[in-house]
Each structure stands twice: as C-alpha cells, then as structure tokens.
Ligand binder design. Structure first.
Ligand code: DOR
Ligand code: ZN
Length: 369
C-alpha cells in the first residue's frame, strides 16, 4: 500500500486487497435483486444475517436462502454469501454439527429476544441455549452476538455496556473455547472488553473479535438530532456519545486484528424509517468502502484500512484472504439523496454528504438517481 503522503492529490489511488463484509443484511425475495449487486460490487464475501421473516433457524433454510442470494448475483459476479443461523430457545444442539458439515454456515447469531429488527424469535434466556453453545464450542462454530440487553429498565444508551457485564462475561467464562464476534460495537466498554480477553484458538487466531460499522465510526448521537429528528441515522445499537466514537476509531486504527469491518448495512424503505415507529437500520452497502476510507482518513490512519477491511476478518474466521484487489480513487462526490428501492425508495446513510474517495467497483450497479 502507498504511503499516506502520496494519497493527497486529486486522482490519487489507493489499492487494497478485495475486502469482505463480516456483517450484512441482504433481506429476501425481490429485495435481493437490489441488495446483492451493491455488496457484490465492493466485497468478495459477506456474513449474511438470518433475521428474515420468518428467521433462518436451521441449515436447510440457510442453504435455501444461500441459493436465493446466489441467484441474485449480477452476471459474472463471484460474491460469496457466508450463511448464519438464527439462535432460538429451541435450537437443537445437533443442528450445529449439521450446520458445520454443510460447509455453508459460518456463524450462529444471538439476538436477545426483542433487541432489534425481527428479533422476536430470539433467545429469552441464555440458560436455554447452553447445550447449543457447548456444541458450537466443540465444532468451532462462531457465536455472533447482538450485544444489547432488552430490559426496559436499562437506558437505551447503556444497553450494550450492561449486556457485556450481565451476559457476555458469563458466556466467556462458561465457554472459554467458544469463538465469539461482538457485532457492531458502539462503546468504549465494548472495546475494553475485547482488549481484555485475548485468548486464541488452536490456529493462533483470536477467540473474541468485534465488527465495526462505518456509521458508528463516523457519527455520534448528535447526528440523530441535528436540527430535528433524523431517522436515517437511527440504528441499533444506537449511536453513542463522541467519547465512545473516538474509542471505536482508535480500535479500528490500532491495527489490532480483533477489530474488523462489518457494515451492518440494513436497508429499510424510506416509509418504514420516516414513520410513527421508525425501523432501526442504516443502508451503507452502496458506499461502504468510501465511508470507511473517510473515517480512516479523518483519523490519519488510511494505511490501516487494508488490514481492517481485507485481512483481519478472514484471519479470524480461518478463511483465506481474498485474491485480487479493489481501487479507491480520490474524488469528491456526493452521496445520492435517494435510491429507487422496490416500489419505493431508500435513503442511504450520509445522503447528501460529500465524500473524498470513490471505489472503482468491479461490477457497480447502475447508479439510481
Ligand atoms: O439497526 C439495525 N438494523 N440493527 C440490527 O441489529 C438489525 C438491523 C436490521 O435488520 O434492520
Ligand atoms: Zn445487523
């Protein structure tokens, strides 16, 4: 990778190994023809979240969903969806061996029941899934965690920190060999939790890692209230105060391989967000790399982008790093205000904001105005 000083001129380019997205919502049905091309244009692989309606709870459903995602790839795209199962109170421990044997399932997602979009079938009490966690530890199947308590007594801004103490600490203690990804971390406490647990698996890879979204690196909670209520910055876990954002940026820029890219791109139609009870989720798949580049550049650590985006996640999951590369070009451009989406439209995160890098994607979808 070039030295940062050589990257200041207009037209400068930055070439990095093709990246992967370790946390992505593609939805299902007609939405796939829209979501898959955006991610396939920038990423070689993605961990695909299972919170469909109804959720993807077993291997057979994950394999069928995988086929639907593959069928939605643009001609010539080699994008690989890495499937996940949705953990419920009734997941049989024997499902884990089936999932592992399929070769297509790469994680099991823990949503505390009611924590976020389509999490109603989630886990109501961790004691119900001890048998499954044991099987996952045995099989080397990662647990992907939405780390928020659902206790209505707990302030919404504290739900991640409380989850770490109440739930993640005991899971870590009781299943010391279980691989865990703490997804879309938003707090200094989450960064500290990851830093404090440095156990490794037999390959020397970390047993605990964390994904970071671009919007949590770029925004603090003021963005939700700038001049009025801004629903397109509402996601879960919710944006936190600036001190937390800074710790996230520090973690992403540290070069510590336990922190890696997961966009949590989560499309919702404009009407579902600008509503009486608006949905949580930010759509960032169309410009994910550009947003991350912006965050890393602002922090003066663009040279650390490649490890974070293209190496550390693959290393964590024990998968080969990608062959090939993607180019980012220094270019001033504006994120579109809206994109056509199914029967309506979608507002991408940071709509109307000017960004300084543009990914030269292999098969970029037609830019919808
Ligand atoms: O903001 C979010 N949106 N957080 C999640 O955990 C789920 C996601 C979605 O599926 O829309
Ligand atoms: Zn998510």
């Amino acid at each position: 990778m070039q030295s940062p000083d050589s990257l200041d001129r207009p037209g400068s380019t930055l070439r990095i190994t093709r990246p992967d997205d370790w946390h992505l919502h593609l939805r299902d049905g007609d939405a796939l023809a829209w979501t898959v091309p955006w991610s396939a244009a920038q990423f070689a692989r993605a961990i695909v979240m299972p919170n469909l309606k109804p959720p993807v709870v077993d291997t057979a459903q994950a394999l069928a969903y995988r086929e639907r995602v593959l069928a939605a790839r643009p001609a010539g795209a080699d994008f690989q969806p890495l499937m996940t199962l949705y953990l419920t109170d009734r997941t049989p421990p024997a499902e884990i061996a089936r999932a592992r044997a399929s070769g297509a399932v790469f994680g099991v997602k823990l949503y505390p029941a009611g924590a976020t979009t389509n999490s109603d079938s989630g886990v109501t009490d961790l004691r119900h899934v001890h048998g499954v966690l044991e099987a996952m530890q045995r099989e080397g199947m990662p647990l992907l965690v939405h780390g928020e308590v659902t206790d209505p007594e707990v302030d919404v801004f504290d739900r991640e920190a409380v989850f770490l103490e109440r739930h993640l600490q005991p899971i870590r203690r009781d299943f010391p060999g279980l691989k865990i990804v703490l997804e879309h971390i938003t707090t200094a406490q989450a960064v500290d939790f990851v830093l404090a647990h440095d156990a490794r698996d037999a390959r020397g890879a970390p047993l605990l890692g964390a994904t970071l979204t671009a919007h949590h690196l770029l925004h603090n909670r003021n963005s939700m209230f700038r001049g009025g209520l801004r629903p397109h910055y509402y996601c879960l876990p919710v944006l936190k105060r600036e001190t937390h954002r800074r710790r996230l940026v520090e973690a992403a820029c540290s070069g510590d391989a336990r922190f890696f890219l997961g966009t949590d791109s989560a499309p919702h139609a404009r009407g579902a967000k600008e509503a009486d009870c608006g949905c949580a989720g930010c759509f960032s798949a169309m410009h994910a790399l550009e947003l991350y580049a912006q965050a890393f550049e602002q922090a003066g650590c663009l040279q650390r982008l490649e490890g974070f985006a293209s190496h550390f996640g693959a290393d964590f999951y024990g998968l080969p790093r990608n062959a090939g590369s993607i180019e980012l070009r220094r270019q001033d451009w504006e994120v579109p205000q809206r994109l056509d989406y199914l029967d309506g439209e979608i507002v991408p995160v940071d709509a109307g904001v000017r960004l300084g890098w543009r990914a030269v994607a292999s098969a970029a979808p037609q830019q919808q105005a």
